[in-house]
Design a protein around this ligand. Sequence first.
Ligand SMILES: [Zn+2]
Length: 326
Amino acid sequence: MLKPYFLFILPVLAMLAVGFLAFGGGRTHAEEPALHEKIYVVTTTSHLADMAENLNPGSLRIESLMGPGVDPHLFKPTSSDIAKLKDADIILYSGLHLEGKMQELLQTMAKEKPALAVGETIDQGHVLAGENSPYDPHFWMDVTLWQHGVEQVAALFKEQDPRHSAIYDAKSEDYRYKLAELDSYIRSSISSIQDKRKVLITAHDAFRYFGRAYGMNVVGIQGLSTESEAGLRHIQDLATMITDQDIPTVFTETSIPKRNVEALQEHVSHEGGRVQLGETLYSDSLGPKDQIEGTYIGMMMHNTQAIVQGLGGTMTAASTALIPVL
Ligand SMILES: [Zn+2]
């Protein structure tokens, strides 16, 4: 049963719809293809959806399977995700085993339609090995590798949507220019940190590309547990490093139990030092869509600020090209 106020609202909505079709709707239709005429691009991660959106001439409908806060290493597609992949005209995924539970599905899809593993287009020599796997998949943490990905994706879009070739070229150039500005912003901001403090102690191993690109030593906080002897030794070693090198901040992600960080802080204070917990860093998913961290550029700027401020450096002023339009 409809509630009484609905009975009032429905005719109003119908009138609005008629008005829209008669006056406004027709015009937009002429400029932009209708939804069902658009090329349907499905991405696994939110980073890739943001990249595709930056290249979109208006002829693409882009959807990401994973939203904010989703762990791609553990992500299992639902039946509706599988339906989206089947409907898609183009699939973009990260590759290098990031989507661990979707590997086979994506490879099967790739036999039927254009599907690009963006991370796997990177020259092998630039791909890092993982701790316990042949590849470290977190290549987007190095902006120059992300730039390379933009070129590959733009080329695929041009091939599939040749009518808009010139727009893809222009948008790709514009976005890669912004990324070059982002790269130098990160580089100069990180270089302001004292050398002995250029240590990024983080929860998960997502920052090794960042460390290689921008000159930081990245130390994993994983295995930071007081429950085993190895864990205890690791905590003690970290505490000594923090005290010796006067590292003011460690960084975690929400998934790391607070007690482990507290145990580390306790060890550091035993040695006469002090260490604080920095702002949460974004790694495998972007922030919420309506925030600056909901874009790739905004997410990298957020991480850089958190790291630089946490470790006592000074931020370089961001170029106007980097001020994201929300
Ligand atoms: Zn990860």
